[in-house]
Design a protein around this ligand. Structure first.
Ligand code: NAD
Length: 515
């Protein structure tokens, strides 16, 4: 496998004893050991062991990465579209060849099971495939003869140095949402991955270099708020893409735009799945269980509120309960595991706390994941949990739990279900399960959310659409990846030109006319 860190680099999963390895920055095409004296631990969530320490960048180190990106920009933006596309095809090929290595890193540092990790890499690769089409995506418009002998055309040009700040839950895919389009459009890039699981970003950096991407076009700095604040304040950085929790997304948007940057900041979520009385109960139960507990509920598109309309509640809950004991929770590297641990002990304990607060506030815990024997070991495990009779005032409904806890809200009518979703401060994804096409169409028309599934519980758009929520789930104007990504990472220039016979030239102080 490609080495990801120096010294004592190694795959996190293999490093469960001995001294932790070290993960350093990637600046100008080489590993740059951290000099700030600050670092953070990386755990193998399945064992609880500290496998690595990751260097935390100072403002000076961020500045060095930005300087490397700024130096690489003029040559990279001048590189032909054909060449950029060729490199992206090679990146696609290398990431594909290393998909198992990437997945192993995700499992070792995030905890997700191998099949889920491979799925993450596959959805990330789709974004690289989209970016391979950059010659077509950057086509401008052309209008001939807008006035006598005058033509007008528009072109899309890169912004310069762009930065990406990413969350722990998709350490490979979310960076690919950003850098693929950013570099395809001719920008250079500085990535600040989550400090909880930064290993995948280092392997990606190596693969990009092997694919022929010039040094400095893609850089990685690790760290916490210090590194993020240095990015937001850096005058050379033109654009910031962020994915993470809502309070930080709001902060990034406000701080970045105040500093004159273009910012897209995707935040947290509370995704509702409505089940109408006519839905197929078995199919809806399968979907709810898959979408609530897949990746241990640590997906921004996970279903965390199941809205049962009318008579569907009892049979639906019974069907879900029937399925829960069969879910195999265990070490993500065990092929038999369907759900892994949570990312850290603190996060596991916070998720578990919603079971107590739910009961205290009047909900009914039907399945308690703390009782699962897997929850008593050293790993950060919590079994699956199901809470019924949840109401909108309860903490387990108001907060994004981000763990394997499904809450059930019972409502009498479709209108009540719709109001619940539209009143919620978040608006990322939502889904409706029904056999009534008219009801589904009405829902898609009525609902205030950015991504809607009809009998699809996790409606993550394919790479040639764009991903983004509404309300407190996104700050900014453009969604991420797909066509919006191309818009975000470019600015348009409109050229008006004519080639008159100098003999006909004269002074004319009038306003330019087209007819
Ligand atoms: P987070 O907000 O804690 O961290 C995200 C990034 O921000 C990390 O790189 C982190 O280092 C940095 N950060 C954290 N605290 C900071 C601070 N005080 N100042 C500056 N930077 C800071 O999010 P997370 O826990 O890593 O990820 C989970 C969250 O991300 C969930 O809320 C989830 O819904 C959200 N998410 C949203 C989407 C989406 O597309 N909308 C996708 C994935 C995850």
């Amino acid at each position: 496998m490609t080495q990801i860190a120096e010294p004592k680099a190694g795959r996190g999963s293999a490093r469960t004893t001995g001294e932790p390895g070290r993960i350093s920055h990637w600046i100008g095409g080489r590993i740059a050991p951290g000099e700030s004296g600050r670092s953070g631990p990386i755990y193998n969530p399945a064992t609880g062991a500290t496998t690595h320490l990751v260097d935390f960048a100072s403002a000076d180190e961020v500045d060095r990465a930005v300087a490397a990106a700024a130096e690489a920009f003029p040559a990279w933006r001048a590189t032909s579209l054909a060449r950029r596309s060729e490199i992206l095809f090679r990146i696609r090929q290398l990431v594909d060849e290393h998909r198992r290595d990437l997945a192993a890193l995700l499992t070792a540092q995030h905890g997700k099971v191998t099949s889920d990790a491979l799925g993450e890499v596959a959805r990330g690769i789709e974004n690289i495939e989209f970016a391979c089409g950059v010659p077509n995506l950057l086509k401008g418009g052309f209008s001939e003869q807008v006035s006598t002998g005058v033509d007008v055309f528009s072109i899309r040009q890169p912004l310069g140095v762009a930065a990406g700040i990413t969350p722990f839950n998709f350490p490979a895919m979310v960076p690919m949402w950003m850098f693929a389009n950013a570099i395809a459009c001719g920008n250079t890039f500085v990535l600040k991955p989550s400090e909880k699981d930064p290993g995948a970003s280092m392997l990606i950096a190596k693969l990009l270099q092997q694919a022929g991407l010039p040094d400095g076009v893609f850089n990685v700095v690790h760290g916490d708020k210090v590194a993020v604040d240095a990015i937001l304040a850096h005058p050379t950085i033109q654009a910031v893409s962020f994915v993470g929790s809502t309070p930080i997304a709001r902060y990034i948007y406000e701080t970045g735009t105040k500093a004159g940057k273009r910012v897209q900041a995707l935040g947290g979520a509370k995704n509702h799945m409505i089940v109408l009385p006519d839905a197929d109960i078995g199919m809806a139960a399968d979907a709810a269980v898959s979408a609530a507990y897949g990746s241990a509920g640590e997906r921004c598109m996970a279903i965390s509120a199941l809205v049962a309309v009318g008579s569907v509640a009892d049979p639906l809950i019974a069907a879900i309960r029937e399925r829960l004991p069969k879910i195999k929770v265990g070490d993500g590297s065990d092929p038999a595991s369907e759900m892994g641990p949570l990312v850290t002990r603190e996060h596991r304990d916070k998720v578990a706390s919603y079971l107590d607060s739910g009961v205290a506030q009047g909900a009914k815990v039907l399945v308690d994941g703390r009782r699962d024997p897997v929850a008593s070991g050293d790993g950060f495990f919590l079994g699956v949990s199901l809470i019924d009779d949840v109401t909108p005032e309860m903490d387990c409904y108001r907060d994004e739990i981000f763990g394997p806890v499904l809450t059930v809200v019972r409502v009498a009518t479709y209108d009540e279900a719709l109001k619940l979703i539209n009143d919620n401060p978040y608006g990322n994804g939502t889904a409706i399960f029904t056999r009534d096409g008219g009801a589904a169409r009405q829902f898609q028309f009525d609902v205030n959310a950015g991504m809607v599934g009809v009998n699809v519980p996790i409606p993550v758009p394919v790479a040639y659409y764009s991903f983004g929520g509404w309300k407190a789930s996104l700050f900014g104007d453009l969604h991420m990846y797909g066509p919006d990504g191309i818009q975000f990472y470019t600015r348009t220039k409109v050229v008006t030109e004519r080639w008159p016979d100098p003999a006909s030239s004269k002074v004319d102080l009038g306003f330019p006319r087209t007819r």
